[in-house]
Design a protein around this ligand. Structure first.
Ligand SMILES: Cc1cc2nc3c(=O)[nH]c(=O)nc-3n(C[C@H](O)[C@H](O)[C@H](O)COP(=O)(O)O)c2cc1C
Length: 564
């Protein structure tokens, strides 16, 4: 397949629109790589070509049929159009139509048609000119971004133009409003996600046609109208009342405030205080039920205060560095209520999105992948990952410890049944290695008891193997508890978060040690009349540890965030 992409933005390679076009081509490449079809791509940046306006002399029709009298770069464009199987017209919307330079290029296609008047039912019904060349089988894609909040209603002129050129319903379009957001790193989480859909569209197009659900995704607004328009307004960095220039830090804070999602309001207003340590400026954002408000005079009472150099926070917002990594490195501090940080994505994430920038990071790295944390991609649509569940791992052990002490035979049969039933009951959940290992170990212990093995030895051994399983994971990259608690911290992406991992490392080690020492007293108490009560006795310390765990999970990250 031969693809010609013509970018008509005067900005050339810096064009917002061209980001979409690149993603689309990447998707097409992906598809042809899968099918083994050869793919050739030629790109034309119209702004780098010398293309003069048509003189209207018709010499390409009468004096030199098929050849224009102007000697400029249009020849190579026509060669490209004749060469390509698929032509992608890529341009920004200018005054509800194509930019002037591109219009010149379109006009200069006149040598490609014959002068005769023909009727073409497929077209608009008001006459057309037959092609000088065999253009049958060639396909056209039109990709464009515009500056208003929606593409809807803005593209009548463009559609009318391409209806006449290609024929009604004979070309594919991707029109996207809020186009200027594609150059804004701070919102590239959302634009990256969108580019992921464009890439998917390219893939589907190459394979036959864009699926309706992908088309729907491409029609979705990047941000709600109100958010986008407020964001666009504050982006100029101009004070609304006096019209003067605002400081960069204030503009940045206002942009952040605009992205606040009031749906995340949890029944109590909060004041987020941003203290930019490098420039000594401090602003507050009131996060309320009705939206956000920037306070410039410091009159709010901060619930959470972030002390950061502006450059660091900009890099985090742009997805260049991870916020959690920067926190661990001490690049910024958080004082006051840390909960806001834990729920940052709910407050400031992209609408409907679930990632903290993975989308755009992936997009920048792989242009268009847009894979999101805690999600997997099916046909371009992101669906949440299946969650893990700690009960799958714990239930066989609990059954063993409680029931075998009371009745070794019934207890072991119950435990084996639990091991077999748990995967069925939790069939919707994602299984971990430790779920399987627990089934095998607890089931194995029960089997040994059933076959007449000594309970006094086997029960302590089961605690020991449980303790070893937990402790050993502290020597690896991901401690055991992280596999389960990640569900509450945005899924698998939490496994990249050093603070999350460290918190879990400490907890896993503590739990591991508890179960490494539990066998000692278990062994001795099993020799006394207390053996039926072992399950209850050995639940006391874990209950206390459970309370400690709940507290520690919140306390420790907040302590690190304070820079202590
Ligand atoms: C001269 C000019 C005219 C524009 N006219 C429109 C318009 O009619 N409707 C619209 O929604 N956006 C309009 N825009 C905004 C651009 O379409 C928008 O910024 C686009 O994303 C730029 O894409 P590019 O970076 O690929 O050039 C206009 C921009 C300029 C500079």
């Amino acid at each position: 397949m031969k693809i010609l992409a013509i970018n008509g933005s005067p900005k050339g390679g810096r064009s917002n629109t061209y980001q979409l076009t690149r993603a689309f081509i990447e998707g097409m490449k992906e598809s042809t790589e899968e099918t083994g079809e050869a793919l050739e791509v030629r790109e034309i940046q119209a702004n780098t070509l010398e293309i003069h306006p048509c003189l209207g002399c018709f010499s390409c029709w009468n004096k030199t049929p098929g050849a224009c009298c102007i000697q400029d770069d249009m020849r190579q464009v026509i060669q490209g159009l004749l060469w390509a199987d698929v032509t992608i017209w890529s341009f920004p919307l200018y005054y509800f139509t194509v930019p002037g330079g591109l219009k010149n290029l379109i006009d200069r296609q006149l040598p490609m048609v014959l002068p005769f008047m023909v009727e073409n039912d497929n077209q608009t019904g008001n006459g057309s000119h037959p092609s000088r060349y065999d253009m049958s089988g060639k396909r056209t894609v039109v990709i464009s971004t515009c500056g208003f909040y929606t593409a809807e209603g803005n593209y009548d002129g463009v559609c009318s133009l391409f209806d006449h050129i290609c024929g009604r319903d004979s070309y594919t379009t991707i029109f996207c409003g809020q186009g200027e957001l594609f150059r804004v790193p701070e919102v590239s989480q959302r634009t990256g996600e969108y580019l992921g859909y464009v890439r998917e569209a390219g893939k589907e197009y190459a394979a036959g046609g864009i699926h309706p659900e992908t088309e729907e995704k491409l029609k979705e607004l990047l941000y709600p109208r109100e958010t986008f328009e407020s964001w666009a307004d504050v982006s100029w960095g101009i004070d609304k009342t006096e019209g003067g220039r605002e400081s960069d830090a204030l503009t940045f804070t206002r942009q952040m405030a605009v992205l606040y999602r009031k749906e995340s309001y949890a029944g109590k207003s909060q004041v987020l205080e941003m203290y930019y340590t490098d420039i000594g400026e401090c602003y507050q954002i009131l996060l309320g039920a009705e939206g956000s408000q920037v306070i410039t005079d410091g009159s709010g009472t901060a619930t959470t205060r972030i002390e950061t150099p502006l450059s660091v926070w900009r890099s985090i917002a742009a997805g260049e560095i991870r916020g959690d990594e920067a926190l661990m490195k001490g690049l910024y501090k958080v004082k006051g209520d840390f909960n806001l940080m834990l729920r940052w994505n709910d407050y400031f994430g992209a609408p409907g999105g679930s990632s903290d920038g993975e989308g755009h990071r992936a997009e920048r790295g792989r242009r268009g992948d847009g894979e999101q944390k805690g999600s997997r991609k099916t046909g371009g649509i992101h669906t949440p990952d299946r969650e893990t569940n700690m009960n799958i791992m714990l239930l066989p052990w609990l059954c063993l410890w409680i029931s075998v002490g009371i009745s070794s035979q019934i207890g072991s049969i119950l435990t084996i049944a639990t091991c077999l039933l748990v995967p069925l009951v939790f069939y919707r959940n994602k299984k971990t290695l430790y779920d399987s290992l627990s089934g095998v170990l607890a089931g194995g212990c029960s089997m040994a008891v059933l076959l007449g093995g000594p309970v006094r030895l086997l029960l302590p051994l089961s605690y020991l193997s449980f303790g070893i399983m937990w402790t050993v994971t502290c020597f690896g990259k991901i401690p055991l508890t992280a596999h389960y608690s990640m569900n509450d911290y945005n899924g698998e992406d939490a496994l990249q978060n050093p603070l999350f991992l460290k918190t879990n490392w400490i907890l896993t080690l503590m739990w591991g040690i508890l179960y490494l020492v539990t066998p000692i007293w278990t062994y001795f108490l099993m020799g006394t009349g207390l053996s039926p009560y072992m399950g209850a006795i050995n639940s006391l310390l874990p209950a206390l540890m459970g309370i400690f765990t709940v507290w520690f999970q919140k306390w420790y990250p907040a302590k690190v965030a304070r820079g202590e």
